[in-house]
Ligand binder design. Sequence first.
Ligand code: SF4
Length: 374
Amino acid sequence: MSLAIETKNIAKTNSQNGTIVSAASQKYGILARPKLEYTDEIARITAPLYQKVKSVIPAAEWPIYAPLIYAINKLKAERGAVILAHNYMTPEIFHCVADFTGDSLQLAIEAANCGANIIIQGGVHFMAETSKILAPHKTILIPDAKAGCSLAASITVDDIAKLRAKHPGVPVVTYVNTSAAVKAVTDICCTSSNVLQVIESFGTDEVICIPDEHLANNVAKQTKVKIITFKGYCEVHDQFTAKEINDFRQQDPELTVIAHPECPPSVVDVADFSGSTKAMIDFVKINRPKKVMMVTECSMSDNVAAEVDDVEFIRPCNLCPHMKRITLDGILNSLLYLKDEVHVDPKISILAKGAVERIIALNKAQPQQISRNN
Ligand code: SF4
């Protein structure tokens, strides 16, 4: 087969393959889909990437991934595009095609700061919106616009209006896992790594912390500020139970358990450590526990396991069906057809940007805190 990838601008209108013509595709042109075959040459070129993921991707699966990875990396360079990958992306995305990895706020900051004008968001829709809010003049693409989030979908602008009417004058702290419209009517955003700092930054007796009830109740245990909560949940972290964790511990007393604060407080209470995705990753890389259970989305354990070969990972993890909508094939289509382009109403974007920039400023002013259990 030919390794050459056809980069000719094949159409600016609806093509035979049914792709939707976006403003971005009209601006940059769409490209022909390359042949995807696992040849000796593709095997040789992608061999260093396979070395990075060989502990988590079986050799039998590599011939499926390798041609896509090769095509994506070639097209990405030709487009001058950048791929962002959230910590919950699968290893073949996270380790083999991403330019930047991290949590949603880190990725949005990279979207704004990097030199590329075309950004492909490996993550769910609110993450792509956050990137667009911080980089409004760039083309932000999501490989599957249906990649939503149960937490972001749990709360609306009307819900915030009702909370404000019920608790007049009480500041509203909104987790980044929300829509741009919700961010626009909040006082400040927060992440799981700085929620405590943000809540205490107001100097008030009460703060409304939305939408994740578990995150709010977990942080309430660390502060004297009264936290007003909302009944929103991450469908992945809400499923974990303390019984499940205790059963694993009984089977293996040497197990170190680290939990994301979107888990129910009863789960965080029986963990050895709780923190944001970044804090959990740092914990494993620094402490090198003999055996660890990362109580969060499955792919994060795989991504860390690929980097630390002296730690055994026990995986009672849950998959996020929304994150799993992002695939190598979808990323390739985004690069070829410049879809799906993410837009945020400019009036909403300006207001939401204020809420996001306030946490960025707070992060710069104060080092981030990591929560710990004993
Ligand atoms: S893991 Fe939870 S918070 Fe993250 S995208 Fe999936 S549903 Fe939303």
